[in-house]
Design a binder for this molecule. Structure first.
Ligand SMILES: Cc1ncc(COP(=O)(O)O)c(C=O)c1O
Length: 419
């Protein structure tokens, strides 16, 4: 690895390319169009076209989009919403903000809701099932749809990892009553923060509140918040080339400490707290960034699939490593493997090889530090999810990772698999 190369880490704005950095700079200088401008419509139109629906609403995060969908469906205090364990705290958060109760369902080998375990969780208070396509691997939608139909429940697809994934040759996001997407820094395409809600069906039948009216009540984020997100790619243009020298890490820590940029989740959210900037609309400044990234979606996803094939091929004979089942519709936002000493491997890679592999959902309501009681999870409730979290280790598939680097990671995994 050369000194100024991007560090081999699964995170640190993995979708950020040179053109995105230059674009952020030009948007930063175009102060008049930070909040309003025609890129918001362009981003929404991309989704309208891609999903063949008119009902598309842009937001400043996946969390805001989910909040809006739940509100449109009339979810309120004491309603129960089924979500899976092995998720991000940003999923139960909007339910808690509405006073609703997250009911955690256990998962199957695909790391998605196990439809066979769902029915026993349904009570007279259940209103919604949220189906997450974890790491871009589609859930068993047909089986889940049978249940939502039988009990007359709303089905929401969490496509935050799965923009462009397919189930039975149809795009994920088109199966439920609504779907939401995230443009967070580690997601399929990124504008640091951002999200979209779509409703594939005509709304009159299923909504308690007309979405257009509801949408009209949601605010634009303040300029200070937008500025921080625009500074993110610019700070990272310094952090990434200087990371291997140690200086990049320092710049990152300082920028965070000084509040120049922000983490994806605020401290208060780890206990279900409700920051003032959610829900909010997608500002034009971030819409410019996401419109640019959406042009790259196909390339990004093909690359992810190629790297998944590299890992699958290289690791197929390993005795200790268990691979995800091959799935031609998956986009593999991350390639998750199981290993009995996954935690050791994460440590070894970091210390000996300076490679940071992924620990998404090592804490089953991620990230580490989430107060599980406050977000309605009781220990040992979802045994499969807890076991998966213990054994999981995610391999990078990001657009900025070269095929040779993925091969190197696979070779090192084989070297260390017995440690
Ligand atoms: C599965 C899943 N759903 C929803 C979200 C929320 O997205 P956002 O961070 O844009 O609010 C996340 C965020 O990490 C996620 O991993």
């Amino acid at each position: 690895m050369k000194l100024f190369d991007r560090p081999l880490t699964i995170s640190l704005s993995p979708n950020l390319e040179k053109d995105d950095i230059l674009l952020a700079l030009s948007v930063l200088l175009n102060l008049r169009h930070w909040q309003h401008g025609n890129h918001i419509k362009q981003a929404e139109n991309w989704f309208k076209e891609y999903f063949k629906t008119k009902e598309v609403f842009s937001f400043n995060s996946g969390r805001s989009a989910l909040y809006f969908i739940l509100k449109a469906f009339g979810i309120e205090k004491d309603d129960e919403v089924i979500i899976q364990a092995f998720t991000c705290v940003a999923v139960p958060e909007p339910l808690i903000w509405l006073g609703a109760k997250p009911i955690y369902a256990d998962i199957d080998q695909s790391l998605n809701i196990d439809p066979g375990l769902l029915e026993k969780l349904i009570t007279p208070k259940t209103r919604v099932i949220i189906v997450q396509h974890t790491f871009g691997v589609p859930a068993n939608i047909n089986a889940i749809k049978k249940i939502t139909r039988k009990y007359n429940l709303r089905l929401i697809e969490d496509c935050c990892h799965a923009l462009g994934a397919e189930y039975e040759n149809k795009k994920t996001g088109t199966f439920g009553d609504a779907a939401f997407f995230s443009f967070g820094r580690d997601k399929v395409v990124s504008s640091v923060f951002g999200g979209m809600a779509i409703f594939p069906k005509k709304y009159k039948k299923i909504y308690s509140y007309a979405p257009r009216e509801l949408y009209g009540q949601i605010r634009m984020p303040v300029r200070k918040w937008i500025l921080k997100q625009l500074l993110h790619p610019l700070i990272f243009s310094l952090v990434l080339p200087l990371y291997n020298l140690g200086l990049g890490k320092l710049i990152l820590a300082l920028a965070l400490k000084m509040g120049i940029i922000v983490k994806p989740l605020e401290e208060a959210e780890l206990s279900g707290g409700h920051p003032a900037h959610f829900p909010a609309l997608l500002p034009n400044a971030l819409a410019v960034m996401i419109v640019n990234q959406l042009k790259k979606l196909e390339r990004f996803n093909r690359h992810r699939q190629t790297l998944a094939t590299v890992y699958a091929h290289k690791l197929k004979d390993s005795v200790k490593i268990k691979l995800p089942a091959a799935n031609s519709g998956a986009i593999y936002l991350r390639y998750n493997i199981f290993h009995p000493q996954a935690n050791n491997l994460l440590k070894l890679f970091k210390e000996k090889e300076k490679i940071i592999l992924g620990n998404w959902y090592k804490s089953i309501i991620d990230p580490e530090g989430v107060n599980k009681g406050k977000v309605g999870y009781t220990p040992h409730l979802c045994k499969n999810a807890e076991e998966a979290a213990e054994l999981s280790l995610n391999l990078p598939t990001c657009p900025t990772l070269k095929k040779e680097q993925a091969e190197k990671i696979a070779d090192l995994l084989l070297k260390y698999e017995n440690h």
